[in-house]
Design a protein around this ligand. Structure first.
Ligand code: GLN
Length: 470
């Protein structure tokens, strides 16, 4: 039977499974067909698992036994940084080319329990460093909307898989925008949840004080279903927030817009679309107020000090001895140098160097410590803003999806893609990216809301309203 994959959502597939319209195996089989046809060009997946249909049969049994839930049998694309026991997890890097995970990440363990189906692992910027999926050691991923353009990054493979009809759901991770930016570039909904909401156990770390797993959805409801399922306290993750501290407050109708943050450097088309979206919220009865976030203009600078510091520490474990890629040498130092020099790509090496520098004895106070202090100021500022408004609204990315090859020689231009993402990651508040129309060339626009800690439900609520008034 032919399944209408284009208009399929998680809720719809669940109903169809329940009514017996098609089986979990049939749906998984349809996705495998599309993957076979489209993946060679798009390169969203680095590997398609050989047990997909077997997983689907296990899910079908759950329906038969009356123990199925909303995610049973739902075909997922999983970013190559989230561990699945017995499968390769390379984080898009040559240094982990043959690394097989010895345990399941908590999010995988949870999804396995309810019979979600993992189609394969998706391409990403190396160790999640990038905004275009071009720093992967395994080639670039193309944007299914326009094959000459990037899908965003670092979770570009997951976004391209979902947008290209090669999965029904997808997981990515965010250190700074890596779910929201590819969502924006691929016309999807993407959530960066409150820091500590979803377990990070079993996710290869980039920046521990910033990382979060995040769902992609074709619509708000799908992202909500995945978030609600994955969000829980996990004693295996020391940064996981206990259930009694997760207070959900439903949002009101006041939207704050920090206009001063995007006077410059934002494409005129993006500005225009943003203003149109604001008009829609006004019409729908929301109050729009101007807010000042003076410290937020330092977010990107702060992020690009704290993140490399954490990256350099995290990547120190890849020494050619314990894991992955290893080159023989004349001395221990020689092994380290050859293995790390040959195993890491250019962007990873750049960030290790930057991070080591800002943590070094002579520069620690001037850079790292100062950045930590400014981060606190930004946190305070966002916290105070939420005493006056219920949401903060900005564009998700200052530019439209750019061409493959663009910005590769200019790291600062690439880093500027993160300008609106950084405040949420630095402060830990949740943020959602929502599609907000298309440009005259058919490229997707996106807007982004931030809300107070653990107010994801408000983000979903306003996201659904926006979908309805579009
Ligand atoms: N663009 C961000 C960076 O390059 C992406 C980080 C992330 O969210 N993984 O650091």
């Amino acid at each position: 039977m032919k399944i209408d994959l284009k208009n399929l959502t998680i809720e719809k597939a669940h109903q169809d499974f329940k009514s017996g319209k098609y089986s979990c195996r049939e749906l998984a089989g349809e996705y495998l067909k599309v993957i076979k046809e489209k993946n060679p060009e798009i390169n969203a997946y680095l590997e398609i698992y050989d047990d997909v249909l077997k997983q689907a049969d296990i899910a079908q049994e759950m329906f038969k036994n009356g123990v199925a839930s909303e995610l049973t049998g739902i075909p997922f694309a999983i970013k190559d940084i989230i561990l699945i026991k017995g499968k390769i997890s390379s984080a898009g890097s040559k240094i982990l080319e043959n690394y097989k995970a010895s345990y399941d990440a908590t999010v995988i363990k949870d999804l396995k329990k309810v019979g979600a189906v993992f189609l394969g692992r998706t391409n990403m910027d190396e160790f999640a460093m990038g905004s275009s999926t071009q720093t992967s050691a395994y080639g670039v991923t193309r944007n299914p909307i326009d094959l000459s353009r990037v899908p965003g990054g670092s979770s570009g493979g997951s976004a391209a898989a979902l947008a290209g009809g090669m999965a029904l759901a997808a997981l990515g991770t965010e250190t700074c925008g890596s779910v929201r930016e590819p969502s924006a570039f691929c016309g999807l909904v993407g959530l960066r949840s409150t820091y500590g909401a979803i377990s990070r156990q079993g996710v290869i770390p980039m920046g521990n004080s910033l990382d979060q797993v995040g769902p992609f959805g074709k619509n708000v409801r799908d992202a909500e279903i995945i978030f609600n399922f994955l969000s829980r306290y996990d004693k295996e993750d020391s940064t996981s927030v206990p259930d009694n501290l997760r207070n959900h407050v439903l949002g009101g109708k006041k939207i704050g817009v920090p206009w001063h943050l995007f006077k410059e450097g934002v494409d005129s088309e993006v500005q225009e679309n943003f203003k149109q979206s604001l008009g829609k919220f006004k019409k729908a009865g929301y109050e729009i107020v101007d807010i000042e976030l003076p410290y937020c203009k330092y977010s990107l600078a702060v992020y690009y000090i704290i993140m490399p510091a954490e990256v350099s520490t995290n990547l120190a474990r890849f020494d050619g001895i314990r894991y992955g890629y290893s080159v023989k040498g004349e001395s221990l130092m020689d092994v380290y140098k050859k293995s790390r020099g040959g195993g890491f790509g250019k962007e990873a090496r750049r960030r290790i160097l930057l991070g080591t520098y800002v943590l070094s004895h002579g520069y620690y106070d001037a850079y790292y410590n100062k950045a930590l202090n400014v981060r606190e100021k930004i946190r305070e500022e966002i916290f105070n803003a939420f005493k006056k408004v219920d949401y903060i609204l900005t564009p998700t990315v200052p530019v439209l999806p750019f061409k493959l090859g663009e910005k590769l020689d200019d790291p600062v231009a690439m880093y500027l893609c993160d300008i609106f993402s950084a405040p949420a990651n630095l402060t830990g508040v949740p943020s959602i990216a929502l599609p907000s129309g298309t440009s005259k060339d058919g490229l997707p626009f996106s807007i982004q809301f931030m809300a107070p800690y653990f107010c994801e439900s408000s983000l979903f609520e306003i996201g659904k309203r926006f979908e309805a008034i579009k």
